[in-house]
Design a protein around this ligand. Sequence first.
Ligand code: MLT
Length: 241
Amino acid sequence: MKKIDICLSPDLIHQYDLGSTVVVVIDVLRATSSITTGIAHGVRAIRPVETLGECRELKLQGHIGAAERGGKKVGGFDLGNSPFSFMNPELEDTKIAMTTTNGTITLKKSKGALQIIIGSFLNFSALLTYLERLPCNVLLHCAGWKGKINLEDTLFAGAVVFGLKQMFEYASDVPVMAANLYRHYKDNLKSALEDSSHVRRLLDLGLEKDIEFCLKFDAYKVIPVYKGEYITKMKLSDMLL
Ligand code: MLT
């Protein structure tokens, strides 16, 4: 039977065999929410990079530059990491170079997987519909915060496991823990996240609207897929069904 597991931090990804696995990268506050939003609004491609220098170089080569550190937009770039910035119609059909504190590192560390896709509450149902039809193993890869486990990504991973019901065998105890966490909080996610350190960080930055938006289920039907150096909108021909 196909198996599902959860990697709670990119610092643990070395423990997982990715070659025959579809990896779902999760950074709901806010990288994967912003990526999903941008792709849904017509951004042609997003290139995740680890350093500000790489992002600056790609900006000089004609990419839109999106850079965030510690939740704040980095000066000298066009965008930070707010999903609202990724809705701009002027970004339609552009290529964006993106670097964030956690999400882009997690994407890069997922290299070697059979396929890398992007998950958020915003494309939750589209993601589940795809995952339940996959014939292979799935790993939910949480970005966390600077290598540490965080509440929101774990909760989202639990929502995915809970939503998939028994379609996958659990490869470890983590899916059980995360699904039970989600089961406990599912009727009031916002209150569950009041204890999240990153929610507090974003609130201190006046970004309550970002938090509210990133917790919306099913705002979009797209599934972004990370192939080669770029993230694009998944096409039928990308599907491993
Ligand atoms: C991210 O990678 O999403 C950042 O660490 C957090 C943020 O942009 O708020």
